[in-house]
Design a protein around this ligand. Structure first.
Ligand SMILES: [Zn+2]
Length: 490
């Protein structure tokens, strides 16, 4: 696949949709859209040439832009071009590899984590409830809580630079371009972890200029610092100068782009009680990103965006626990550094470009592209087909629950299917990617009614079906009949 910067002549959402369709027809997908005229897409390398023949595409570029081209474009396009130049720059990629904080825990000693202290977090969670209403928490593992968004499909991002006429708070063009570039990079990273989610970021870049002075931010009103500049910024953008105004703004970019979800990222030098945090539907970011540095802004913004979509922190000093449930599908926080049995690097734990299966589950990705799923009782001597989710099919069964005699029982792969015993991981957190990585064999699994039994309750078996799909199977209760839960991916 090759990333391409596409310039469109159309000026409407319908025109953008047509271009996205043309890109998809070539086997590609849209990654970043800066309405109305620019998008970055990923297309098969041998199809790049065909883009120039598509109606309303005036340019399709795989190289960086020259300085004179940046100068000639309008502000929105210049931002997109500058971000693109950074994205394809070799220097940037090498610099990222040499980053001294790459892979460090967000809770590392002498560093500040990208989340405020506990008491401030608690204050934010209370404000969140006052804004969105109490999130109806199901508290049942795996039971969907629809008030939490999933990171799937089109997401509108309001990138709001709260600028100032006061020197100490004013933002330079260079700083703005750097942050657009870092934000794009961070969201690109997040989307790249799961191509099947087909995430399209639609940007709305704003730069309200305020005249609030330092005297207006005092220790006495510290809890309201964000409100002071955010309300003023909303007023300057033509919305009500209050929280309702921010909601109107976020809703307007969701509607305008026909997005599935929307949130805002406020970037400002105005006082704030932490360099990076989120609550409800918005993220607040400082240029300095504390000790992490502006070059790490992208991973901090990706981390904060994870929170918007239901992810929990996993670094030790966040106070995380492995049993708390998060995200729409209420997935346990099993990769929390304090208690994980098999900790793996993850963006929610470290400054690292990776996500663990628990985070995937919290983002809703383990529920993507499901072919069949459910719970049933697999009766002794019967077969089961994971592709269709049926017991005892005429053909195409993947397993046979063989009863050799009253003691010896075997789970036998059928018709070319293969199995891998995974032990007892958290079933809901087992991702499609993890299923792909298993070592499958046609060897039956011993489920005898004695000490050799490998099918005790809680056991998870990975299945490569006879149709080539991946499925996961959990034994819920063991016996002559097996109570099972399964998910088969397309
Ligand atoms: Zn966090």
């Amino acid at each position: 696949m090759q990333e391409v910067f596409i310039v469109m002549t159309g000026k409407t959402l319908a025109a953008i949709e047509n271009t996205i369709k043309a890109v998809e027809k070539l086997g590609g997908r849209a990654l970043h859209v800066y309405p109305p005229s620019v998008m970055v897409a990923s297309v098969p390398a041998d199809s790049v040439g065909q883009l120039s023949g598509v109606a309303r595409i005036s340019a399709a570029k795989t190289e960086p832009f020259a300085a004179r081209e940046l100068k000639a474009a309008d502000a929105q396009v210049t931002s997109a071009m500058a971000a693109w130049n950074d994205h394809v720059s070799v220097e940037r990629r090498l610099q990222a590899l040499a980053s001294p904080t790459l892979g460090k825990s967000w809770g590392a000693a002498r560093m500040q984590p990208p989340d405020p202290p506990r008491e401030v977090q608690e204050h934010l969670r209370q404000r969140e409830q006052s804004l969105l209403g109490p999130r109806a928490v199901s508290r049942v593992e795996g039971a969907p809580n629809l008030s939490v968004p999933v990171l799937v499909g089109r997401v509108a991002v309001g990138l709001v630079f709260v600028d100032s006429t006061v020197a100490q708070y004013s933002i330079t063009n260079q700083e703005k371009l750097k942050v657009v570039s870092e934000t794009t990079e961070g969201l690109n990273l997040l989307a790249s972890f799961e191509p099947r989610a087909n995430i399209q970021w639609f940007y709305d870049i704003k730069r309200p200029k305020l005249s609030l002075t330092a005297a207006q931010f005092t220790p006495a009103n510290q809890n309201n610092w964000e409100d002071i500049w955010r309300d003023a910024a909303m007023g300057a953008l033509g919305y009500s100068a209050n929280l309702a105004g921010m909601n109107q703004y976020i809703n307007s970019i969701k509607q305008a782009n026909n997005a599935q979800w929307a949130y805002a990222i406020f970037v400002t030098k105005y006082p704030k009680f932490w360099f990076g945090y989120e609550w409800a539907n918005h993220v607040v970011m400082d240029f300095g990103v504390d000790g992490w540095g502006i070059d790490e802004f992208h991973r901090v913004v990706a981390h904060e965006t994870g929170h918007i979509f239901g992810c929990a922190d996993e670094y030790g000093s966040s106070g995380c626990i492995c049993t708390s449930l998060h995200g729409r599908y209420q997935i346990a926080n099993g990769n929390c550094e304090n208690c994980a049995t098999n900790f793996v690097p993850c963006l929610m734990a470290h400054n690292t470009p990776a996500v663990c299966d628990y985070t995937r589950g919290q983002l809703g990705w383990n529920e993507l592209a499901v072919k069949s799923k459910g719970s049933t009782v697999l009766k002794g001597t019967w077969t089961f087909d994971f592709d269709t989710g049926t017991q005892g099919p005429a053909t195409g069964a993947d397993i046979w629950w063989e009863q050799v005699n009253s003691v010896t029982r075997l789970l036998v792969p059928q018709s070319g299917a293969m199995l891998a015993h995974m032990g007892k991981p958290n079933f809901d957190a087992v991702s499609y990617q993890t299923l792909q990585k298993q070592s499958y064999t046609a060897t039956p699994i011993n489920g005898s009614n004695n000490a050799a039994n490998q099918l005790k309750a809680g056991t998870v078996i990975a299945v490569k079906t006879n149709a080539g799909r991946y499925a996961k199977l959990r034994i819920d209760t063991y016996g002559y009949n097996l109570a099972i839960t399964w998910v088969t991916y397309k």
